[in-house]
Design a protein around this ligand. Structure first.
Ligand SMILES: [Zn+2]
Length: 412
């Protein structure tokens, strides 16, 4: 099957929805100025958003060494999803996915969404068939396919091993794209066996290894989404997490997906569930290039933002434009226009989040006009993957400890 292998044929009824009938038309201009019509007593007003984080105006080329370093780092990261665009790789990926099961589950769930919409008198179901395919893939990936590794189990006596430190990858591991290898030792006196845990960034190797931590999970899952025909972004976060975004044609927007947590469309999970503070979330895709999607994940920078000190905001804008240009230059004019339209719709979505937070801080009265929704129960949960001690150290157990204060360390 080709990499652009379309979704299951039965999706045709819902997958082509494009303009007038989606649930939440993002193109509708929202009355953001309503914020100003809220009570005007200046004591009640939060600082304007620009004071919280200056909005960049003109892109500026990096001119100092820190900015140049950050630019090179982001340009390097932007290659990650480009590596998925390999027909051999995607065919190989399709061969490990139980497609019949995934499509069957997706069809069933889509029917449920349709029935639910009908019973509620809604014109359109919440999620389309394509979305249900990714949701089914997510369940299978988390529950069956991939394994989380803290300390590997000793293959000799099934005891949990202990970390000894890093060791250079051996020849076989290097060939398979390991960038570093962790060395573990079985604590049982009569065993003492050493176990290696090579950290692969190469998706071919991950298809075979099927284990790792968030880096491996997000990388492999993003590629599998691509294999079943989804439009995919790989999202890097400056506080040491990565995840996926998938474009929902049905809702005409990018949807947050975290394979480690089996989380679908729960962008506030990290800040409001894990209690993390976040500086940058940058999304990369093979055709769109790059996007600063931080505002999707950090709704209130005052409560959940980390200082953004890697480079001036104007420089970040320049770097993102540079990566966009690199990926989009070879596209057709109509594809370029489509991506620009999506950029504008996403910017509108982000502005609504900012406005909603400002309104909420002014008072519930103003928020009512802005469709402000509290985080869902699912978004308020602490981290699932990883040991308690490990998540606590990283400040991801929902406790706002030192690791989550500005200047605190998110963990390795
Ligand atoms: Zn052992």
């Amino acid at each position: 099957m080709s990499p652009s292998h379309p979704f299951h044929p039965s999706s045709s009824s819902s997958s082509s929805s494009s303009s007038s009938n989606h649930l939440r038309p993002p193109s509708t201009p929202r009355p953001i100025q309503r914020v100003n019509s809220a009570p005007t007593s200046s004591a009640n007003l939060p600082p304007p958003y620009v004071a919280v984080r200056p909005v960049p105006r003109q892109p500026q080329a990096p001119s100092d060494s820190a900015s140049t370093q950050f630019r090179n780092f982001l340009v390097g990261l932007s290659e990650t999803p480009v590596k998925y665009e390999n027909p051999g790789l995607l065919d190989n990926a399709l061969s490990v996915i139980p497609l019949d099961q995934i499509y069957g589950e997706a069809e069933e769930e889509h029917m449920l969404f349709k029935a639910q919409a009908q019973s509620l008198g809604h014109f359109k179901e919440e999620w389309g068939y394509q979305d249900c395919v990714i949701r089914a893939l997510l369940r299978w990936f988390k529950r069956v396919f991939f394994t989380w590794v803290d300390c590997p189990i000793c293959p000799n006596c099934r005891t949990k091993t202990e970390l000894q430190g890093l060791t250079p990858p051996n020849q076989d591991e290097i060939v398979r794209g390991a960038t570093r290898t962790e060395l573990y030792k079985c604590p049982k006196p009569e065993c003492q066996r050493h176990e290696r845990f090579p950290r692969y960034s190469d998706v071919w190797a991950l298809l075979e290894a099927r284990r790792g931590r968030c880096g491996e999970w997000a990388n492999c899952f993003s590629m599998l989404c691509r294999a079943v025909g989804g439009r995919v972004r790989w999202v890097w976060n400056s506080e040491d997490h990565v995840w996926t975004e998938v474009y929902s044609e049905h809702q005409q927007r990018w949807v947050h997906v975290d394979a480690c947590e089996e989380a679908w469309d729960q962008p506030r999970l990290y800040t409001e569930g894990w209690g993390k503070r976040i500086g940058y979330c940058i999304a990369f895709s093979h055709d769109g290039g790059a996007a600063d999607v931080t505002r999707r994940y950090v709704r209130n920078p005052r409560l959940h933002g980390m200082p953004r000190t890697r480079c001036p905001e104007e420089v970040l804008l320049y770097i993102i434009d540079e990566i966009k240009g690199k990926r989009r230059n070879s596209l057709s004019d109509s594809d370029k226009k489509r991506l620009m339209r999506e950029d504008m719709m996403e910017e509108q979505e982000f502005k609504e989040y900012v406005a909603a937070v400002l309104a909420a801080e002014v008072g519930a009265g103003a928020a009512a006009h802005l469709d402000l929704q509290p985080p869902s129960e699912a978004e308020k949960r602490p981290r699932e993957t990883g040991r308690g001690e490990w998540t606590r150290m990283r400040g991801e157990d929902g406790y706002i400890g030192p690791a989550n204060r500005p200047g605190g360390r998110g963990g390795p």
